[in-house]
Design a protein around this ligand. Structure first.
Ligand SMILES: Cc1cc2nc3c(=O)[nH]c(=O)nc-3n(C[C@H](O)[C@H](O)[C@H](O)COP(=O)(O)O)c2cc1C
Length: 192
């Protein structure tokens, strides 16, 4: 697939088909993530791709708690659009039946002086992952929800004890929806 097609067709996917992703595809996607640029070539990311059903169930258990904590604030935020709050909560609880969850950590704990550079490097790797998946016709949803409500340490203790902090979580799978792109805002660049 042409790179612009992969970029433009990438959407956050919150509903997946019950179709496995091959290990070869998963490795291709993770290797693409690791090809991202990084500050001082530190390659400061660490990905844990979870395919194992019992581990996925454990994570869904955590996501029930995430949803419970997010229910009231989401309902308040989307009070004009209760359907959006309900859909968001339903995705958080079931992760859209994605076949793989990818947990994103830093290799080492950050020190304050390098935090921004390392975060930018890891975000570049996550975007590579999303675009590589898109190029293969697969969907992702980049998420911060479990971190935002305080579950980063729970994930780190189980999956990446000796690494740094958890920065994101992604769902990955064969899309079972084709959402329209949310409208992009004007005035987001200038050329001089
Ligand atoms: C850092 C970051 C955190 C996000 N966290 C969540 C999340 O917790 N839950 C969710 O459903 N989507 C999450 N998203 C996805 C955004 O909602 C989505 O990218 C945005 O609405 C634009 O839609 P698009 O990805 O289809 O272009 C996150 C995206 C980013 C980059």
């Amino acid at each position: 697939m042409d790179i612009f097609e992969a970029i433009n067709s990438r959407r956050s996917i919150r509903k997946y088909k019950n179709t496995e992703i091959s290990k070869a595809n998963l490795e291709q996607i993770l290797n693409a993530a690791c090809m991202a640029p990084s500050s001082k070539n530190t390659q400061p990311w660490y990905f844990v791709a979870v395919r194992d059903e019992s581990e996925k169930s454990y994570i869904l258990g955590i996501m029930q708690q995430v949803a419970a904590q997010m229910k009231a604030p989401l309902e308040e935020y989307f009070k004009e659009h209760p359907d959006v709050a309900a859909q968001t909560l339903s995705f958080i609880k079931g992760l859209g039946a994605a076949s793989v969850y990818v947990l994103v950590f830093s290799q080492k704990p950050y020190d304050e002086s390098s935090e921004s550079a390392l975060t930018q490097s890891i975000a570049a790797a996550v975007q590579n992952l999303c675009l590589a998946a898109s190029g293969l016709g697969l969907g992702t949803c980049w998420m911060r929800a479990p971190i935002n409500v305080g579950f980063a340490q729970t994930f780190k203790d189980r999956y990446a004890k000796n690494k740094g902090q958890m920065l994101a979580m992604l769902t990955l799978g064969v899309p079972d929806e084709a959402p329209k792109a949310p409208k992009r805002k004007d005035d987001r660049y200038k050329i001089i």
